[in-house]
Ligand binder design. Structure first.
Ligand code: TZP
Ligand code: MG
Length: 206
């Protein structure tokens, strides 16, 4: 199964002339099996409607739908899981709310956060940020390939690297030991999300 992980961005999709459901369907058609709905400015109503639409699409392709931050939205549409960052609801409380059957992802930005996550009931780690990115403003320090390698060495959890990953560096990310790679702009900002996802999938499995 492809471990290419798409994180959505409505504004970026708009600039490329595409809606999020279109991007997600094209990416799923190209083999993406992890989709995270990440909405920072949408109203709750718009968020939950979009989540419902993505649930239908991802289900059709056998892909997992993960909701960023919003446990309530994830539960409302029966998504496959929730992804939280360090400033969001603590992961043990998220687990309490979503139960044991759903997937829980946690972002870690450095080795200290990795240590704090040891023994936690989480299913995968988002490892950020690897390379410079214009997509997220508050990426404090960059891990680079060395930092990613060290984090992957120190955990048994699946690791999805994120931040500045594109067709030019995705092979290096996989060689550093990541289970998979998560991207926003490389798919959402591409004129053809299908072609972009296909190329990334092929490169990462080389
Ligand atoms: N978390 C850490 S970096 C990032 C997120 C959501 C943005 C990654 O975006 P891109 O466009 O793939 O660099
Ligand atoms: Mg968050």
């Amino acid at each position: 199964m492809s471990e290419l992980y798409l994180v959505t961005d409505t504004d970026m999709g708009c600039r490329a002339g595409h809606t999020v459901p279109y991007i997600v369907e094209e990416a799923c058609r190209a083999g993406v099996r992890w989709v995270q709905l990440r909405e920072k400015t949408a109203s709750t109503r718009a968020f939950v409607e979009l989540a419902g639409e993505l649930k239908r699409i991802t289900q059709m392709y056998g892909a997992r739908l993960i909701i960023n931050d919003r446990v309530d939205v994830a539960l409302a549409v029966d998504a496959d899981g929730v992804h939280v960052g360090q400033d969001d609801m603590p992961h043990h409380l998220v687990r309490k709310l979503i139960g044991l059957d759903k997937i829980l992802g946690l972002s870690v930005n450095n080795l200290t956060e990795l240590q704090e996550a040891k023994g936690a009931d989480i299913d995968y780690l988002g490892v950020a940020a690897i390379f410079p990115t214009a997509t997220k403003q508050d990426t404090s320090s960059l891990l680079g390939l060395e930092g990613l390698r060290e984090i992957c060495r120190q955990t048994r959890l699946p690791t999805f690297a994120i931040g500045g990953i594109n067709a030019g560096n995705i092979r290096d990310v996989m060689r550093a030991g990541a289970t998979g790679a998560a991207v926003v702009s490389a798919i959402c900002g591409h004129p053809s999300p299908y072609e972009a996802a296909r190329e990334l999938s092929l490169l990462m499995s080389e």
